[in-house]
Ligand binder design. Structure first.
Ligand SMILES: [Zn+2]
Length: 428
């Protein structure tokens, strides 16, 4: 069943997709200029009417996460009585950010997720168990719920819970698919994979499943050891309210052209070449509550513009290879914590874990990995050899009880585990 009238846009020639995007972008910019207190002055010197191709847009100023946190209220572009939903995000600065949605924004979110689920192969025949947080002002869980009901799938709104709880639901209703964070999927699989089930697919959020060349990463391989499951990655954030989701080819998440403009920029704000690593910078189209323009996500990834084997002509976004705020400089080498995590995933006993980043007296970055006491000396030795060989780093290994690590993961009443503690800017 086709749920959208617009998905034919994915198959148009690239220049026709761009022309449609330019038209929607101009509409979005005009709305933002007219309604957003934050952008009013910033746009006064820009000529929206003169934009004829997407690259003309590069003259517009970018918006950082810091802008959104510091001037949060100035982004509100509708009157309070038009707000139907508030969602929150902790951002990277630690200062909570709230995002207000209008009724149309909520409908746009449902449409976005329905499109994304359709690309991932979900249909009205599916029974889908959501294992991610559905409340606590989180946008993601709500988006999945809205999207799934829009395509006519049956939803098991299980939400966050223990593996035992989720297996109980699986036994009871026998779902066909899951929506989950990959490391939770691994945990779930290792608990009771012997129980017969018909789950064949999972839509995964929060952590990448692939390496930069689209081969399965260690986490993906670990999950597949427990069960034979088709894993599809989806990438989104509260601020962008739009998802990039993998089709059956698993060569990056497809962009939804009618909903978002994607730019991959270098540190000076210039667009990098296709396939090169840079900062994911987005302009979600058609947002009324808090429209954003050229929003810098802080995430590093690559864009691939060549036609996908699935037939879609929309650009694809590769896996997130790092977060700018978590960049670690060690003796001339630059690494990101997720590169360490990829190696940690080779050790089933290295769970739970924490990665601590600090700055020493000389102003140089240093890294420690906190692991459970049950992680043996031999494993520690092999882990350090592996890190040295692959990343040229030798972090300090600390041991703690699994329960103490678990507590730290959810510090500050966090809604999701925070595996990185960065003491350098004291932002938690
Ligand atoms: Zn594709």
């Amino acid at each position: 069943m086709k749920i959208t009238s617009d998905n034919h846009i994915d198959y148009l020639p690239a220049d026709e997709i761009e022309a449609r995007q330019v038209e929607l972008l101009k509409k979005h910019l005009s709305y933002t200029l007219a309604h957003s207190p934050f952008y009013k002055d910033k746009f006064s010197k820009q000529d929206i009417a003169a934009i004829s191709k997407l690259s003309d847009f590069s003259k517009f100023p970018r918006t950082s996460k810091k802008d959104l946190a510091e001037f949060n209220a100035e982004f509100l572009s509708i009157v309070q009585r038009e707000v139907v939903e508030y969602v929150t995000t902790s951002g990277t600065t630690g200062k909570p950010v709230s995002i207000a949605l209008s009724k149309n924004d909520l409908e746009r979110l449902a449409y976005n997720e329905a499109r994304s689920l359709e690309i991932a192969g979900f249909t009205a025949d599916d029974i889908v168990q959501i294992t991610t947080t559905l409340d606590k002002c989180f946008m993601a869980g709500m988006a999945y719920y809205l999207g799934l009901t829009k395509i006519g799938a049956a939803v098991l709104r299980a939400g966050q819970g223990t593996p035992e709880f989720h297996w109980e639901m699986i036994r009871q209703v026998n779902p066909t698919s899951l929506i989950a964070v990959p490391s939770f999927l691994q945990k779930l699989g290792s608990h009771s994979s012997a129980i017969s089930n018909r789950i064949t697919r999972a839509l995964c959020i929060g952590e990448p499943l692939r390496n930069a060349d689209f081969s399965d990463n260690q986490l993906s391989k670990n999950i597949k050891q427990h069960w034979n499951i088709d894993l599809r990655s989806t990438y989104a954030s509260t601020e962008m309210a739009t998802a990039f989701t993998e089709c059956q080819e698993k060569q990056g998440g497809h962009l939804l052209p009618e909903l978002i403009i994607l730019e991959i920029l270098d540190e000076h704000g210039n667009e990098v070449a296709d396939g090169e690593l840079g900062e994911v910078t987005v302009t979600p189209l058609g947002i009324e509550g808090m429209p954003l323009v050229r929003f810098q996500t802080g995430d590093l990834a690559r864009k691939h513009a060549d036609t996908c084997a699935c037939g879609r002509n929309t650009p694809r976004l590769g896996p997130i290879e790092g977060r700018l705020a978590q960049m670690i400089k060690l003796k001339g080498t630059t690494i990101y914590p997720n590169q360490i995590e990829e190696i940690l995933h080779n050790y089933p006993s290295a769970s739970p874990y924490l990665i601590e980043i600090d700055r020493d007296y000389n102003g140089l970055d240093e890294v420690s990995i906190v692991l459970p006491e049950t992680f043996t000396e031999e494993e520690s030795y092999n882990l350090l050899i592996g890190l040295q060989a692959r990343l040229r780093v030798k972090p300090t290994i600390k041991k703690s009880s699994a329960s103490a690590i678990q507590q730290l993961l959810f510090r500050g009443n966090s809604r999701k585990p925070k595996k990185i503690i960065d003491h350098r800017n004291a932002s938690f």
